[in-house]
Design a binder for this molecule. Structure first.
Ligand SMILES: Nc1ncnc2c1ncn2[C@@H]1O[C@H](COP(=O)(O)OP(=O)(O)OP(=O)(O)O)[C@@H](O)[C@H]1O
Length: 574
C-alpha cells in the first residue's frame, strides 16, 4: 500500500517532525502579536520572580515575562540561523562543485585551500569574521555563515567527486555535455539528498553557534534579543530563577532537534536509490579513413600508474579492426585487458590512463585526442556503450525517459515532445512493455534485464554504427541473458550497426559473434572465426574451448583448469 505522502513523512517520526515544524512556524509567525506586550511591558512590582502560574518561566529584572520573551526570540534566532545556513551552504556548494570541474592542478589547489580553512576551528573563524563585520546581528550571521563554508565545501567536493568519477558522467562528457550541464543534470541531483540532510544539520549548528556568539555579547545587541542573549541574561540570575536560563536553552535544543529531524526526513524522501558505480553509454565522431573500416586499432598500449606512481602497461600492443555491421567478440580471463581495450576505442578511459597507439580511430576520428565539437555530435549519435552492471549503468536521479531523450535533444536538436515520443518507441522496440510508464520511472524501479534493454535503447536513440557491449549479460540470469542478446541482435539487424561484444564466456561469444579475439595478459593471442573455434591453434584458446562443458562431457571427471602458461591442466576440482 502506498500513501500519497512522501516516504520520509510516513510513520510516527514523520508525524512528530511535521507537528514540531508546524508548532515552530506558528510561534515564529504569531508570537510577536500574541505575547508582544508581556515581553516588553516592564513592572517594578514583578521584578526577578520565580516561576508562577502567571509567569511560568518567571520574570527578568525589569519584570518582563521570560516565557513570552523566549517565544518572541524564536523568530530572530531561527531567521538568523537560517540566514547563516544559507550563506554557508551556498558558498560551500559553489566552492565544492566548481572545484570538481576544474582542471587537475587548479582542483588540487582549491582542495588544499579548503583543507587549510578546515584546519581552523570554526569558532576562531567566526570570531575573526565578527571582528571584521562588528558585533551586530548581521555581522554575527555572516560570521557563522562564512565559518561554515569550508566544511560544506569539503563535503560537496567529496560527494561531487564521487559522482564525476562515474561512468555516466564520463559518458555525458563524451556526448558533449559541458561542465554546466554535468553539474546541473548529473552532479546536483545525485548529491542533493545528503546535502539536504547536512544543510539541516548545519542549520541546527548555526542556531547553536549564533546563540554562543550572542551569549558572548558578539551577536544580537540590546534592546533586541535572541535566545543567546536571553541565556546570557538568565545565567546572571540562575540561582534566583533557573528557568530564566533553562527556558532559552530548552528552546535552542528543541529547535535544533526539529531542524535535524526535518533534514533526515527530507533526505530520506529525496533519495531515490543509492548511487553506485558504473553507468551509461558513449558515442564517437567522424573523419576520413577507410569507409570499409569502422574501427581501426593499431599497436594500442594503455598504461596506468601503480601505487608508487610507476606506469604499468595493461594493454600491450593490441591491433584490431571492425567493419560496418560486423559482430566481433573479445574473450579472455579477468584482467586480460578486454574492457580497457574497448573503453579506449570508445574514448572513455579516464585521465589516469596513458594511451599510446599508432592508430586508434572510430570512423576515422582519432580517439586518442579530445574530440572536437563537431566530432562529439557524431560520437553522441553513432557510438553506444552498454556496461556490465545494469543497475548502475544509468543515472539514478533521472527518469529513464529523460536519459533516453538526452541524446536526441543534445545532438539532433529534437524538440522535447518528439524526443519523448521517440524514447517510447525505442523502449517498445527493445521489448519493454508499457513504455510510457517505464519512461517516467527511475532506473531502480526497473528490473535488471529491463535496465539493460533500456541501455541498449539509449544507444538506439541515435544512429549507432557501433555498439560496445562490455559483459552486458554477466549480471543477469540465463533467461534474461537470452532476452538481452535477442534485443542486441534485433538492434543490429534494424540499424546495421557493428557490435563489439566482451565476455568471459567463450561459448556465449562464439554463438553471438562473427569473429572472436582472444586476449591474454593485455595482448590478443589469437583471432579466429566464431564458426571455426574448434580449429584454434593457440593453446590458450584451445584451453578456453576445452573448458566449455558440452553434451558429451564426462561428468565423473574433474573440470579442466587453465594453468599459468595458458594450457589445460587436468587438476582435480570438487
Ligand atoms: N583505472 C585503472 N587504474 C589502474 N589500473 C586499471 C584501471 N583500469 C583497469 N586497470 C587494470 O588494467 C587491467 C585490465 O583491466 P580490464 O578491466 O581491461 O580487464 P578485463 O579483461 O576487462 O577484466 P574483467 O573481465 O574482470 O573486467 C587490470 O589489471 C586492471 O586492474
Amino acid at each position: 500500500m502506498r500513501s500519497g505522502l512522501p516516504r520520509g513523512l510516513r510513520g510516527p517520526q514523520g508525524v512528530v517532525t511535521v507537528l514540531g515544524a508546524f508548532a515552530l512556524l506558528l510561534v515564529i509567525v504569531l508570537a510577536p502579536y500574541v505575547w508582544g506586550d508581556a515581553a516588553t511591558a516592564t513592572s517594578v512590582a514583578d521584578r526577578v520572580q520565580g516561576p508562577s502560574a502567571a509567569h511560568p518561566f518567571g520574570t527578568d529584572d525589569l519584570g518582563r515575562d521570560v516565557l513570552a520573551r523566549v517565544l518572541i526570540a524564536a523568530r530572530l534566532s531561527v531567521l538568523l540561523a537560517l540566514g547563516a545556513t544559507a550563506v554557508a551552504v551556498s558558498g560551500g556548494i559553489v566552492l565544492g562543485v566548481v572545484a570538481t570541474v576544474l582542471p587537475c592542478p587548479l582542483r588540487r589547489l582549491v582542495s588544499a585551500f579548503i583543507d587549510i580553512l578546515l584546519s581552523f576551528p570554526w569558532l576562531l573563524l567566526a570570531l575573526f569574521f565578527s571582528v571584521i563585520w562588528g558585533a551586530t546581528a548581521s555581522g554575527a550571521m555572516l560570521a557563522v555563515g562564512f565559518a561554515g563554508v569550508p566544511s560544506i565545501a569539503r563535503l560537496t567536493y567529496t560527494l561531487a567527486s564521487s559522482v564525476t568519477g562515474r561512468d555516466f558522467v564520463r559518458a555525458a562528457r563524451i556526448v558533449g555535455v559541458g561542465p554546466a550541464g554535468v553539474i546541473l543534470r548529473h552532479v546536483i541531483p545525485n548529491i542533493a539528498p545528503p546535502m539536504l540532510v547536512n544543510t539541516a544539520a548545519y542549520a541546527s549548528t548555526a542556531l547553536l553557534s549564533f546563540a554562543g556568539l550572542s551569549f558572548l555579547g558578539l551577536g544580537v545587541q540590546a534592546p533586541g534579543f535572541d535566545w543567546g542573549r536571553l541565556l546570557r541574561e538568565g545565567i546572571a540570575r540562575i540561582y534566583v530563577n533557573p528557568m530564566a536560563a533553562l527556558g532559552p536553552g530548552i528552546a535552542i535544543v528543541l529547535t535544533g532537534l526539529i531542524l535535524n529531524a526535518i533534514g533526515s526526513l527530507t533526505g530520506e524522501s529525496a533519495s531515490k536509490t543509492p548511487l553506485r558505480p558504473r553507468a551509461s553509454k558513449a558515442r564517437a565522431r567522424a573523419g576520413a579513413g577507410d569507409p570499409e573500416v569502422l574501427v581501426e586499432v593499431e599497436d594500442l598500449r594503455v598504461s596506468f600508474p601503480d601505487r608508487q606512481g610507476r606506469l604499468v602497461e595493461r594493454v600491450r600492443g593490441v591491433s584490431l579492426t571492425i567493419r560496418p555491421g560486423e559482430t566481433v567478440g573479445i574473450v579472455g580471463a579477468s584482467g586480460s585487458g578486454k574492457s580497457v581495450t574497448a573503453m579506449a576505442v570508445a574514448g572513455l578511459l579516464g585521465p589516469e590512463a596513458a594511451i599510446d597507439a599508432t592508430r586508434l580511430s572510430f570512423q576515422g576520428i582519432d580517439m586518442t585526442a579530445a574530440p572536437r565539437a563537431a566530432d562529439r555530435r557524431r560520437l553522441g549519435l553513432e557510438l553506444a556503450v552498454v556496461f556490465q552492471d545494469p543497475l548502475t549503468s544509468l543515472n539514478p536521479s533521472l527518469t529513464v525517459g529523460r536519459q533516453l531523450t538526452e541524446v536526441s535533444r543534445t545532438h539532433d536538436g529534437v524538440p522535447r515532445a518528439a524526443a519523448r515520443h521517440r524514447a517510447r518507441d525505442v523502449l517498445a522496440s527493445v521489448g519493454i512493455a508499457r513504455p510510457e510508464r517505464r519512461a517516467r520511472q527511475y532506473p531502480h524501479e526497473l528490473s535488471g534485464g529491463m535496465r539493460q534493454r533500456a541501455m541498449i535503447g539509449m544507444g538506439l536513440m541515435g544512429r549507432p554504427r557501433l555498439v560496445i557491449a562490455d559483459e552486458p549479460t554477466t549480471a543477469l540470469d540465463v533467461t534474461v541473458q537470452r532476452q538481452v542478446l535477442r534485443v542486441l541482435r534485433d538492434a543490429r539487424r534494424r540499424t546495421g550497426s557493428a557490435i563489439l561484444f566482451i565476455s568471459h564466456d567463450i561459448a556465449l561469444v562464439s554463438g553471438f559473434c562473427d569473429r572472436v579475439l582472444v586476449m591474454k595478459d593485455g595482448q590478443i593471442v589469437e583471432e579466429v572465426a566464431a564458426a571455426r573455434l574448434d580449429e584454434a591453434r593457440h593453446p590458450y584458446t584451445r584451453a578456453l574451448v576445452a573448458c566449455v562443458p558440452h553434451m558429451g562431457t564426462d561428468r565423473t571427471r574433474p573440470l579442466p583448469v587453465i594453468d599459468e602458461s595458458g594450457g589445460v591442466a587436468e587438476e582435480a576440482r570438487a
